[in-house]
Design a protein around this ligand. Structure first.
Ligand code: PHE
Length: 486
């Protein structure tokens, strides 16, 4: 009797119970296993010993992709639009576009045109309502049991993320003559060791142990282990890069005052970005008390330039506006406060943190996003240093081509826009500049300060090759599992 491993013995003794072909389900239940890799492994072993013969049959099977899952649940896009068109006789493309999202309306109508709906002068018309409904119904039914046999397979293959084909190998096992002649009394299981543990190695048991041999050619189930979200992994990578470059990290609150978020940065109190429709002001705390002396300094700067050569913005500065509570609109609110606490010690500081703006959500905008902020303050800090720091950063992130263009921010002079080259195109990733005297003077800062604030999600879109920023936050498990490890 050949040397069999435990799983081989178990499988063989199960199969001795009855003649004929066994499929995977039957083996698993007869052996009381739940891991198909064990069954496949044991089957291979038995076949190597000539006790079992295997037939393998590779089959293409069709599963739903992420869009397919969604369509199965909520209905196909063309079906949803078709229902809407039928419920709203005489409706126009314009009305449709205000009911469905832009990325749905266009492609959805395209699909309906293929089914016999026409769109003329902005209005929908169709002749054979019944046939259109039936065709859509058939497509919807296909998603319930997708296969390669149906003529709809080619249709769905041409649509993005609806279906996926996977190769599966179907196996059956049956006893060979030799297998049938095995005496089941010989098949008592012995203890074999499948896993080497520290305890085993520390004891002396390993000396006489029976080890299960490895067979690297066998299929194994793919382990799904925990891992960082790609966004978290990217943030870690950015931290690593700035730490390598000698920066320290700053972490601070996102509930802030308009005073620090804007006044300290010489953003005029009537600046459009300060309006309710752009900034989330808080009901609680509606107002946060600020040091009157500090506000007096901002007031002087804003109204007439204080002790600087600036003429300020003129008008009347309102301390109540300064004390309004808000969700920070940029992380510059934190670096400026860091400088106010440490106005004289040269520093290199960065932050990667969340900011808030009242944006409507679309492919490239979210109301909550992240910025990569940083400052360098030291004697002689200058524009060249700023640009080369940003270049080094993006180079380390894998984007060696960086350029800057003139820009405007109320708090920096000169001000820059930073762009990186990606697939032959220049993409804007953020702003930078050197803080103006109107910003540094009231805080007692003597050395020049280079500052920048970059979009993290924008960078993530490049790194992860996304065309829709929302993909980062919708918890699409399949997508998350398949992201490269950064
Ligand atoms: N705070 C700016 C923004 O949110 C970026 C910036 C930071 C610009 C620092 C200049 C200096 O877009």
């Amino acid at each position: 009797m050949a040397d069999l491993t435990n799983p081989e013995k178990r499988m063989l003794s199960a199969m001795l119970g009855r003649d004929g072909k066994w499929d995977l389900e039957q083996i698993l239940s007869a052996c009381n296993w739940d891991d198909q890799a064990i069954a496949v492994g044991a089957g291979h072993g038995l076949s190597n010993h000539g006790l079992v013969s295997i037939t393998e049959n590779a089959k293409t099977s069709v599963i739903l992709g992420p869009e397919g899952e969604r369509a199965l649940k909520n209905g196909l896009l063309e079906g949803r639009i078709w229902t809407w068109i039928k419920e709203n006789p005489g409706c126009t493309m314009k009305e449709l576009s205000s009911t469905f999202e832009r990325h749905e309306a266009g492609p959805g109508v395209g699909l309906l045109k293929g089914l016999g709906v026409s769109l003329e002068g902005g209005k929908f018309s169709f002749e054979d309502q019944k046939t259109i409904s039936e065709k859509i119904q058939k497509r919807q039914e296909y998603l319930g049991s997708p296969s390669t046999d149906s003529e709809l397979y080619n249709h769905f293959k041409g649509r993005k993320n609806l279906i996926e084909t996977v190769e599966v190998v179907e196996r059956t096992w049956s006893l060979t003559k030799e297998g049938m002649s095995v005496d089941s009394n010989d098949l008592n299981e012995t203890i074999t060791i499948a896993e080497i543990t520290p305890e085993l190695l520390q004891s002396t048991d390993w000396k006489d142990a029976d080890f299960r041999p490895y067979d690297v050619k066998l299929e194994a189930s793919q382990p799904r282990t925990g891992r960082s979200h790609p966004m978290q992994a990217l943030i870690e990578r950015i931290r690593q890069v700035f730490l390598e470059m000698g920066f320290s990290e700053l972490v601070d609150d996102y509930v802030q005052t308009a005073g620090w978020n804007m006044d300290a940065l010489f953003i005029p109190q009537d600046h459009p970005a300060r309006e309710m429709q752009d900034t989330f002001y808080l009901d609680n705390p509606r107002s946060i008390e600020l040091d009157p002396e500090l506000m007096a300094q901002w007031k002087a700067i804003h109204e007439h330039g204080g002790n600087t050569n600036s003429t300020g913005w003129g008008g009347t500065f309102d301390e109540e506006i300064s004390q309004k509570g808000l969700l920070r609109t940029h992380t510059t609110v934190n670096t400026i406060q860091y400088l106010s606490r440490n106005p004289t010690d040269p520093c290199r500081v960065f932050a990667v943190d969340r900011v808030f703006r009242k944006e409507s959500i679309d492919k490239t905008h979210l109301p909550e996003f992240h910025q990569i902020e940083g400052i360098i303050m030291e004697p002689g800090a200058n524009l060249g240093m700023l640009v080369s720091t940003l270049k080094t950063f993006y180079e380390k992130m894998g984007y060696p081509e960086v350029r800057v263009r003139p820009a405007y921010f109320p708090y920096t002079e000169p001000s820059l826009e930073v762009e990186v080259k990606w697939r032959g195109k220049w993409l804007e990733l953020g702003g930078a500049g050197i803080f103006r005297p109107e910003v540094t003077e009231p805080l007692g800062i003597k050395d020049p300060v280079c500052a920048w604030g970059m979009g993290l999600e924008r960078l993530a879109m490049l790194v992860l090759d996304l065309d829709d920023i929302r993909q980062l936050y919708i918890s699409d498990l399949e997508w998350l599992r398949n992201q490269p490890i950064l």
